[in-house]
Design a binder for this molecule. Structure first.
Ligand SMILES: [Zn+2]
Ligand SMILES: [Zn+2]
Length: 282
């Protein structure tokens, strides 16, 4: 399985000199299986640059796995070049039971008040599928199992297995809220991402910042480290970088969090900040 980050930022796009290393585009991750079948997780602003790498005339077949429909996870879709190519087929998957249907959330951000082209006028064929947590489905050689995360609207983490390789993607997840146990327990989540080769997890806040952001649907670096350790993940990538954090802020916050993790008795976790255009092979 090959993975490439096209957008790692949370909340809003954050261009500029201070975010050159870890990137300013919002969530988008490319995943390929051995046969080169394509999955794209989320269509934040990063999907525009991914799309620009495809032909403007040859149709594309791809699955889009949408974690949830908050704007930072869908806002790039109107700029996804393959959606303007006749013959392109996009299967767009997201959680059932959200604030509005997956298709309506995509269509409404392309309402004429906001955008010149309507979703229904894009030439690509699109199939919208709403799924329930725990329902495993397959795309090429990839087995995908969604898990319900802790966020203000239904939000999926996606576990993607190919052979013995396991990739778990879980952003927009507020670990502290598992104490309320509405969406299952943290133990359930650790079991879902057990023995991941790579766990990508929300780490928007420092512990200090979290104090004024409880209920926003995000986690701290320390919480991500603890979960990775509990789940036995081989590697952890911190994700959904806060827009007010510069690259150097992120470096300092990770250093601090690793210190806190060790001080509280935590073991070694191989952890790094996800960076735009970074490629990984599992
Ligand atoms: Zn988000
Ligand atoms: Zn969100």
């Amino acid at each position: 399985m090959r993975i490439k980050f096209w957008g790692t930022r949370g909340t809003r796009p954050t261009p500029g000199r201070k975010t050159l290393r870890y990137g300013g585009n919002t969530t988008c991750v490319e995943v390929r299986d051995k046969e080169n079948n394509l999955i794209v997780i989320d269509s934040g602003s990063g999907i525009a640059e991914l799309g620009n790498g495809f032909s403007a005339t040859d149709p594309l077949q791809a699955h889009l796995l949408i974690t949830h429909t908050h704007l930072d996870h869908i806002q790039g879709f109107p700029f996804f070049l393959p959606a303007f190519v006749p013959g392109t087929h996009l299967t767009i998957v997201g959680p059932a039971g959200s604030a509005k249907s997956l298709q309506a959330a995509f269509a409404d951000q392309m309402d004429p008040a906001y955008f010149p082209v309507r979703l229904s006028h894009m030439p690509a064929e699109m199939e919208f599928i709403e799924r329930n947590p725990g329902e495993t489905f397959e795309v090429g050689g990839l087995r995908i199992t969604p898990h319900l995360l802790m966020h203000p609207i239904p939000t999926f983490g996606y576990r993607i297995d190919e052979g013995s390789s396991r990739f778990c993607f879980a952003t927009d997840n507020e670990i502290a809220m598992f104490a309320n146990q509405e969406n299952g327990t943290l133990k359930d989540m650790a079991n879902w991402c057990r023995d991941s080769d790579l766990l990508v997890h929300d780490a928007q806040y420092s512990t200090e910042e979290y104090k004024t952001h409880a209920g926003f649907g995000h986690s701290t670096y320390e919480e991500a480290l603890s979960l990775a350790e509990q789940a036995g993940a081989k590697e952890l990538a911190f994700f959904h970088h806060d827009p007010v954090h510069s690259d150097t802020d992120i470096d300092a916050l990770i250093e601090e969090a690793l210190g806190n993790h060790r001080q509280s008795g935590g073991g070694d976790v191989h952890a790094f900040p996800a960076a735009e255009e970074q490629e990984l092979a599992l």
